[in-house]
Ligand binder design. Sequence first.
Ligand code: ZN
Length: 386
Amino acid sequence: MLTSARARTTEVEPGDAADRLRLPGAVALDVREGDEYEQGALKDAVHIPRGYLELQVGGRIPEHSTPVVVYCASGVRSALAADTLRQLGYINLVNMAGGFNRWKDEGLPWEIPATLTKDQHHRYHRHLLLPEVDVAGQVRLLRSKVLLLGAGGLGSPVALYLAAAGVGTLGIVDMDVVDESNLQRQVLHNVDRLGERKVDSAKKTLTSLNPDVNVVTYDVRLGADNILEIFAGYDVVVDGTDNFPTRYLANDASLKLGIPVVHGSIFRFEGQASVYLPYEGPCYRCQVPEPPPPELAPSCAEAGVLGVLPGIIGSIQAVEAIKILLGVGEPLVGRLLAYDALEGTFRTFRLNRDLHCPACSVPADQLVIAEYDELCMPHPLQAPAA
Ligand SMILES: [Zn+2]
């Protein structure tokens, strides 16, 4: 059986395998058992133990034309695995002769793969069952940094779900204190926290939910003077603010630093969400070139909002943030998802990039970060004097 499996699969030496792995999109597939893999593997290898191959490979390597180098410890198990993959329709695969042992003996590069602790395996087990997440994805989430603008209605569900999902660092910007009227929708807080700084209340809730998460608090007003410093180093910004000057400011800073923004907004019984991927999709300013006059854009404090609504829109923002971090699915780039609670409908609108957008048509290095006035016009070219 082994002989015939070998005859049906191309076998290459480790040096040739290394060349092959430099092809665009090429994947090293490690079919050893978990304890072997944890002691060392090829860099960025996809790990599927031989016994799970048929179950998981479709999710991990969806394209049958992907160049795949299959390996085990010595090249025997991987010959059988490669034969199985061929039967599953993979057309561009080779088996690595001599396996990981020969690879190591030849001095080729390898690494100790990042893994989860036993407790983390247990906590994130339902994620690990998803081939799109798995150990590698969970490790990626644990190493990710997401910045939340606001610990209010939208920020609450976003923070709770991202913390529960194991996003390793959550930054939270908010300069408010917890008020009784917040509790109708801001589920991060509770009656024991009335009068407390929102960032401190948020940190208590999130840390008790998941001690894996490092909560970094910014009890400040986000302004042109501090935004670049605060944003720097985050992988994704989730915008839960409720005013146009801050949204525009966050938009410009994210363009300058190349950080995707997950936008959400709510009003009475309606909400919307979108993702702004710098210079690849439209930005917030392409979508809303000018803010509506203040009398047509009342805030939640003035117009009211259904308490459950931020739970729905914030949860969508949390999903979008995780999709970006994991690189799975189709983020809401160039699309606006609108929810009408009274109608019970979701609608998706296409958003196009504005070639004359005052923010994203300007190269990042020329973009000036400055305060917007109440009407956010015109796009400032230099910071106002204090
Ligand atoms: Zn734009």
